[in-house]
Each structure stands twice: as C-alpha cells, then as structure tokens.
Design a protein around this ligand. Structure first.
Ligand code: URA
Length: 200
C-alpha cells in the first residue's frame, strides 16, 4: 500500500473533532504521490463528504477547468484541504479543527514533497502566509526551503463573484512559468535563492 493510501486510512479513523461523528466520509485528498504541485483548499463540502473525494462539487468542477487552462488533469497534481472532514452545514472550519488537522497536511506534504504549494482561499492562505490579505497577495509567491508557496482565491469565490473569474484564471496561468522559472534558478544558482513575495 502506498504511503498516501495508508495515511488516508489513518485520517479516516481520526475522531479528534466533534464533526467526525457526523461525517459520511473523511476526505483526505487525492492525486499523484509524486505531484509537483499541491492544491490546498479549505474543507470538504456536501459532495465531498458524500464521495470521500476533494473538490468534486461545483467548486471542484471549476477547479478542473482551471487546471485544464494549464494542461493539467487532477490526477497529475495533488488536491487536498486543510480540514479533512466537512464542517457541519458547510460552516467555516473552527481554529481547533484547523489545528487538529494540521498534522495530516504536514504528513501529506512530507510524503509528496511538492515543488509548489498553491493555497486556495483565505483559510489555506493563512496557514502559509499568516497575517496577509488575499486581495493583496493572490498571484504572488514566496519561496522557502526550495518550495514555492503561491496564493490564489478559492474557486468557489470566483463561482459566486463573476469579477473574480478573470483574476483567478490569470493567476492560474502564471503557474507553469513560475514553476519552470524557479526550477531554472534552483539549478543555476543553488545558493542565491532570495525570491521573496514578488509578482511575476
Ligand atoms: N471547497 C473546498 O475548500 N474544498 C473542497 O474539497 C470542496 C470545496
């Protein structure tokens, strides 16, 4: 069994939060174990809880379209959430749920070792860009220990707010160039990686 599958089973057994009692399925995440890019959303919704798979409802269908803009299919990346169980009634995740679930995300990152972590929405952004505002930093990145952290709006926000569609699509389109450019820099100048928070 792959390390991610094993971890998924462990996540499904977790009962640390009250919401575990109400779930149909835990939603650990899915995609390639050797993915270069990891997309991290907020928490499963109704559809995800039913199927045990991340981003399979309307926001997920839009995420698939965004991935297609850069010629990627969901099987080529890894998709997960900061919280692996649906919060009751799709409410926002509680701070205690986010902190209880953090260990699972850390283990997933350790196994996959992605080159790029893309945060989708405010909650996921807050974990990697604490204290920042999404309207200011979307479409920008920060590099740490050879991993690029890149902030995007949540696909559900773009579904509800037409004006964000162009923005989220433009931000998605920056990803291939960013990944390629950073690989070049890493290979060319391994000791001088000071690429903090600038826009492409
Ligand atoms: N929204 C999220 O943040 N994650 C999902 O898996 C689905 C919708």
């Amino acid at each position: 069994m792959s390390a991610l599958t094993e971890l998924g089973k462990e996540i499904a057994l977790c009962q640390q939060c009250e919401i575990a009692k109400q779930r149909t399925n835990a939603v650990p995440g899915e995609g390639a174990e050797d993915a270069e890019i990891m997309f991290i959303g907020e928490a499963p919704g109704w559809h995800e809880d039913q199927q045990g798979r991340p981003f399979v409802g309307p926001a997920g269908q839009y995420l698939d379209k965004l991935l297609a803009l850069i010629n990627l299919k969901r099987q080529q990346v890894y998709i997960t959430n900061i919280v692996k169980t649906r919060p009751t009634g799709n409410r926002d995740p509680l701070p205690v749920e986010i902190s209880n679930c953090r260990k699972w995300l850390e283990k997933q990152i350790e196994i996959i070792r992605p080159k790029m972590i893309v945060t989708l929405g405010r909650y996921s952004m807050e974990m990697f860009f604490p204290g920042k505002s999404i309207s200011k930093i979307h479409g920008t990145f920060q590099k740490q220990d050879n991993v690029i952290y890149y902030a995007m709006y949540h696909p559900a926000a773009a579904l509800h707010q037409q004006s964000l569609r162009q923005t989220i699509e433009a931000d998605m389109l920056k990803i291939p160039q960013l990944l390629a450019q950073t690989k070049e820099i890493t290979e060319a100048e391994p000791e001088t990686q000071q690429l903090n928070m600038f826009e492409l």
